[in-house]
Design a protein around this ligand. Sequence first.
Ligand code: OAD
Ligand code: ZN
Length: 246
Amino acid sequence: MEIAAVYRSYVVRVLVITGAGVSAESGIPTFRGKDGYWRNLDPIKLATPEAFARDPELIWQWYGERRHRIRDAQPNAAHKAITNLAQCADEFLLVTQNVDDLHERAGLAKGEMVQIHGDIFVTKCSRCDFEQDQEHEQERNDVPRCTKCGALMRPGVVWFGESLLAREMERVENYLQRDPCGVVIVVGTTATFGYIIDWALRASRRGGELIEVNPEETPLSRFATQLVREPAALALPRIVDQMINS
Ligand code: OAD
Ligand code: ZN
């Protein structure tokens, strides 16, 4: 496959940014959608260091259930279309806010993506730098403790009020600084964080297409050159097909 001739001059460098909406059709509830609530609790309030300090057991139960749901879920047509696009682009980066592994299971290489809010299958110490990959560990009900320092272990995700992981941010910055992008696609995110809008605008700064795929309006919408008000699994395969020749 190769990039269609009409896009050839500018589609070669691609940035895709995804949020919870890209996994919605795989059955993973979004944060701010109506299915996001867990036991009547608002996920926006659960995903905080304060909630963990108050009730680590409760927070672990929530993450345990989310891990479970993600393991049972399958990547959808949107994840696959993004992998397809990555294989056709000369240079490609996915920045995902999702902590699930559905992009990876859809075949996208780890080197082509940055999980800017962390990875739900990592368990890390709340005090020292110890971390472990829990993907294949059995589920447990007690709160795990660090084998190095004894402090409580926590999920390897970024919570509200915490700063982004420096090494992940650096990978995004490096990609943006090298050259502008011909195509930027932002999918399934409310774009509530300033850095999401900032990255999308900087990447498309030299006349690149800025395509938003989201059934709802977001703060990014007014900057987009193309608005696609459809579910991601419906729209993305078509958008990617139009960009590439097979
Ligand atoms: P949100 O739950 O805030 O937003 C989901 C977005 O997806 C909304 O804009 C929906 O309109 C859209 N959406 C829903 N279904 C869709 C579909 N089938 N196709 C396309 N779009 C769809 O999720 P995020 O924007 O990802 O951070 O949230 C950003 C961050 O806030 C999360 O990473 C998490 C959260 O709190 C942290 O935990 C730090
Ligand atoms: Zn520790």
